[in-house]
Design a protein around this ligand. Structure first.
Ligand code: P6P
Length: 284
């Protein structure tokens, strides 16, 4: 195992151990904090708790040079040289109020941040559902684990997106969709089953397991969409493409998008390759 592989395994293990503390720490923290995140979104106390826990744990790893979070405007420099870890400590925190599924998303880059998705060496997410699971893409394969306390058990190795798509989920308000996207969405509505939870990571996991497409598209009032390239687009694009699917910002793989800013947003489309190819043609 190379030094980078060993370091990424240590980082993944640290996130897995932190996940059970995050899950326990949600109790009593499903209320808003008095702050907004750098994207101008209201923070929940759980967002702040998860970010502080992950920052403490990950910045202490020898070989992690940078820690960045959707909840912090600035990058934390943790060392001279090494890997950069970008996290969305709690994706879908607005789902906390209704006690619906949320997740933690992470990307491990071998370049200083902000970095393009093709600088990723590992990416993954934790899903706090009926069971807490962790899905990790590295070395050309995707592995799913069940987390229980300090235990991490492989439940599926070499996860691939099914050839036959089943579900779709499209974010944003329909009146704000572009005409081209609305026309494409109408086609998909006649082909697949709507599954949309309001937490990207839950919707993405359904696409990975059941096949289909998830999109938070470019909107007429927000041409860059809502989701962040560094913390959501890149890691999810890496996972889905490792599992045999495709990602896109509407014209190219999300992994090819050059970041302009740490918190830059991007139109976000992931799923079965033919569905993404059709989408790119529809948006041309
Ligand atoms: P909307 C959650 O707040 C999030 O960032 C993603 O997890 C999710 O896909 C999206 O926003 C939902 O946005 O506009 O449907 O509430």
């Amino acid at each position: 195992m190379t030094n980078v592989e060993s370091l990424t395994e240590t980082t993944v293990e640290t996130i897995a151990r932190s996940a059970s503390k995050i899950h326990q720490g949600l109790v009593g923290r499903r209320v808003t904090a008095d702050e907004e995140n750098p994207s101008g979104e209201t923070q929940f106390r759980a967002d702040v708790f998860a970010d502080e826990l992950l920052a403490d744990q990950l910045s202490a790893i020898d070989g992690v040079a940078q820690y960045a979070s959707e909840e912090r405007s600035e990058i934390v420099d943790c060392g001279i040289d090494g890997l950069s870890v970008a996290v969305d400590p709690i994706d879908g925190s607005s789902n906390l109020r209704s006690n619906n599924t949320i997740g933690t998303v992470f990307g491990i880059y071998n370049e200083p941040l902000p970095a393009p998705g093709d600088a990723l060496v590992t990416a993954g997410y934790v899903l706090y559902g009926p069971i807490t699971t962790m899905t990790v893409a590295r070395g050309g394969t995707v592995t799913e684990y069940e987390l229980s306390g300090s235990e991490r058990t492989i439940v599926r190795d070499d996860v691939t997106i099914p050839d036959e798509p089943s579900v779709y989920g499209f974010g944003g308000r329909v009146p704000n969709w572009t005409d081209d996207f609305r026309k494409y969405a109408h086609e998909i509505e006649g082909e697949l089953e709507l599954h949309y939870s309001g937490a990207m990571i839950d919707d993405v996991n359904q696409v990975l397991i059941d096949g289909g497409i998830f999109a938070y598209p470019a909107l007429t009032d927000s041409p860059e969409g809502k989701l962040r390239l560094q913390f959501e687009g890149n890691p999810i694009g890496y996972i889905i493409e490792t599992a045999g699917g495709r990602s896109s910002d509407g014209t190219r793989s999300l992994l090819e998008v050059k970041p302009t800013d740490l918190h830059a947003r991007t139109p976000f489309y992931i799923g079965n390759a033919d569905l993404i190819n059709r989408l790119e043609s529809a948006l041309e």
